[in-house]
Design a protein around this ligand. Sequence first.
Ligand SMILES: [Zn+2]
Length: 194
Amino acid sequence: MLPDIASAVRLQELDLRLTDLTKEIASLPKHISEIEKKLDAHQRKLEADRAALSANQKDRKKQGLEKNVKTAEVLLKAEKAEVESEKQRARERTEADQKAVNELQANRKSIVTSMTPGVYSNYERIRGRRGSAVAEVVDGRCSVCHIAIRPQFLQDVKRGEQVLMCESCQRILFYNPPASFEDLNGPSASAMHT
Ligand SMILES: [Zn+2]
């Protein structure tokens, strides 16, 4: 397989993971603010119950209120602890995600540097327009837009000697992906698997 094609395949893998990680990093603060809001509402409810309790002088009613306040206090304490540990988990998760993003971006940079500039700019242009720029050929069809590929063109794609694009969706086509990017470094690495 032409190194440019293998690089485009690898780039797409990296970009998908980067998208997932970025989404997760963005979702964590929202999640934390939601559970904090809930905690805050429960806190206010407890304060209202406490105020009602101190204002109420009738014994029968007072007992009921006391019971409510005690239960709420116990629940609130547990909820506070849960929110704190959830925040800690989110902080750790964000840190790990950010580290992974940095590694992927460094990896991406070195792949981009190794690619023919025209192929890379094609990759970015198609990705910008269609969300993804690379498509595998499966059963004689483009696996993304599902158009059947002409037999002669299919032979060319299978040979993998040039960067070819789907005639329908314009994605860079590849056939039979490498087991891993590392396998591309030499025939000895792939020979070890057989
Ligand atoms: Zn297609």
